[in-house]
Ligand binder design. Structure first.
Ligand SMILES: Nc1nc2c(ncn2[C@@H]2O[C@H](COP(=O)(O)OP(=O)(O)OP(=O)(O)O)[C@@H](O)[C@H]2O)c(=O)[nH]1
Length: 544
């Protein structure tokens, strides 16, 4: 008789599945070289492994990912309005090895860096020789296909060269979508003045010097560096940055700005950021030498200044500007038809759209906490003879670390595969446990030999404080917690404000604090300056 298969009970099946799951987990854990200790929930990592990990992080060239293949795939997508993904931000993918190495740092004891170690300058992020892709030579009679082919080839060669020339450096993720670069080319071509908008917390990591040389020295454009979000940092740091940029880039005008100055006390109210706007008009006047009359812009600001707070306008989206998708090259005619065209350039999430709304005194472009929200450039008339042109956020080639990219918002937090690693980066620079008033889970454990903070413990403590637990095992949900810590930092939560300083800031801090400019900056910061306010309470969104 043929063998009949034995009936498999539900209980047996359950046991079998459980054994399979356990086996898989052991393999995963061992694969990472993280044996688990008896007392601690966190894996233990030996000094030797940590040293190796650090070595790998310091020298990532050995793990260079072949992202050049991606470029072809990205830029061969069908164009047109139909393809919604055509304008998405695109970066190379991280290799699994890179991710694994970073993960080991979750369990390394954290050592806080000194304030001087947060003093950084341009060259740290933009080593000499770095550049951005320029529009290749073109002729007026070229067909669309010819232009397209030419630009695609030029861009691919640019990326290949960058990859080769900087093989020994840890180049960060930069924009691989040619369509976005085309928009930059078009915006720079059509503008008389360019506003390079940076997050005042990280200015030198978002201001590529090659952009300055190309635009000012070669294309003879006027450029203004806007230190946006200046409400998030002390005025003395802004004063120090102004000195730094004036000395290093003599033709650059620097304007501190806070788009939040335009927000009223009541929710949903928006008005013009008048103080910042006035500084901007002054800077524009210096650059155009009377070629366009800016009186109407100034009058508009004065009018707005005199409006009572109670008369603030409702924060509703008004008629939206002219969205321009045509990026075909054209020769620039200065102050065409007596209109001053001001282009805005910057990394994603630096607040370009907010700045335009704050200049307008009403919501004309939509704002989002998600980077890459603006997909194609739009033009808006500020007054009859001043036109703004908002370019989508662009990530320029640099050596900015992945973690910093996450913290200033050029890489979406939702796509971060290692949020705890990014928390480790913040924790080395900000005392998270005391800012968030965290309690180490091992403090109560008498057998625990070490109660140093690690990124893992920070995320665990925050998860417990907020009541975030995983559904299946009921363990503290460290990923969710890490995500939230990063968001607090990105949005400049009043106490979690990470910012860099210019060289010698700490040494000359007193002078910057007493500089008369500091008072002027306080006015631009408006009522929302985080730096003067006490820490806030968190609303409790606990969920089990
Ligand atoms: N504290 C503070 N937050 C700001 C300021 N300006 C913008 N933000 C916030 O920064 C985030 C991004 O603002 P957006 O204006 O959408 O930035 P964007 O540069 O247009 O972003 P992309 O569309 O990705 O290019 C939003 O959450 C804004 O509320 C500012 O001056 N101060």
């Amino acid at each position: 008789m043929p063998n009949r298969s034995v009936a498999f009970s539900g209980k047996k099946k359950k046991k079998q599945l459980q054994a399979k799951r356990e086996k898989k987990q052991t393999v995963l854990c061992e694969g990472r070289g993280f044996p688990r200790s008896q007392n601690s929930k966190a894996p233990v990592v030996s000094e030797a492994i940590l040293a190796k990990v650090q070595e790998g992080i310091d020298n990532p060239a050995s793990e260079s990912a072949n992202y050049l293949e991606d470029i072809l795939t990205i830029n061969q997508q069908p164009g047109g309005r139909g393809n919604v993904n055509r304008y998405n931000l695109k970066f190379r993918k991280q290799t699994p090895e890179e991710i694994e190495k970073r993960k080991a740092l979750h369990y390394a004891p954290i050592k806080l860096l000194g304030e001087e170690e947060l003093e950084l300058e341009t060259e740290f992020f933009f080593p000499p020789g770095l550049d951005y892709p320029m529009r290749p030579e073109w002729k007026k009679n070229m067909s669309k296909q010819e232009l397209d082919r030419n630009e695609n080839k030029h861009f691919r060669l640019f990326c290949e060269k960058l990859d080769k020339d900087f093989a020994d450096k840890d180049l960060s993720l930069y924009e691989l979508n040619l369509e976005t670069w085309r928009q930059l080319w078009r915006v720079t071509e059509m503008s008389d003045i360019l506003l390079i908008i940076v997050d005042a917390r990280f200015p030198v990591s978002q201001f590529p010097p090659y952009l300055y040389y190309r635009l000012v020295e070669e294309a003879n454009k006027g450029i203004i560096l806007v230190l946006n979000k200046c409400d998030l940092i002390p005025p003395s740091v802004i004063v120090a940055w102004e000195h730094y940029f004036h000395n290093k880039f003599p033709k650059l005008l620097v304007v501190p700005f806070s788009s939040m100055e335009g927000y009223g006390h009541r929710r949903g109210m928006l008005r013009m950021a008048a103080e910042g706007s006035l500084r901007l008009v002054d800077a524009c006047e210096k650059l155009i030498h009377g070629s366009v009359d800016l009186t109407s812009w100034k009058e508009k600001i004065e009018e707005e200044r005199n409006i009572d707070n109670e008369m603030n306008q409702e924060c509703e989206a008004e008629e939206v500007s002219d969205i321009v998708i045509n990026t075909r090259p054209e020769h620039h005619e200065r102050y065409k038809d007596g209109v001053l065209t001001i282009g805005t350039i910057g990394y994603p999430n630096v607040g370009k759209s907010s700045l335009i709304n704050a200049l307008m005194g009403k919501k004309v472009v939509s704002v989002s906490r998600t980077p890459g929200h603006t997909k194609h450039f739009q033009t808006i008339f500020l007054t009859q003879n001043v036109k703004l042109c908002d370019c989508p956020g662009l990530v320029f080639p640099s050596t900015v670390s992945m973690h910093l990219q996450v913290l200033f918002g050029s890489f979406p937090i939702a796509q971060v595969r290692d949020p705890i690693g990014a928390v480790n980066y913040v924790a080395a620079r900000l005392d998270i446990p005391s800012i968030l008033k965290l309690q180490h889970s091992e403090v109560q454990n008498e057998t625990a030999s070490d109660t140093s903070w690690t990124a893992f413990y920070i995320c665990e403590a925050w998860a417990m404080k907020r009541g975030y637990y995983t559904r299946r095992k009921g363990a503290p949900d460290v990923s969710r917690s890490a995500n939230e810590i990063l968001r607090l930092c990105l949005n400049g939560h009043k106490s979690l404000v990470l910012f860099i300083r210019p060289p010698s800031y700490t040494q000359n801090k007193g002078d910057y604090e007493n500089d008369p400019r500091a008072e002027e900056i306080r006015q631009i910061q408006g009522v929302h300056a985080a730096v003067h306010e006490p820490s806030v309470e968190f609303p409790n969104h606990a969920c089990r």
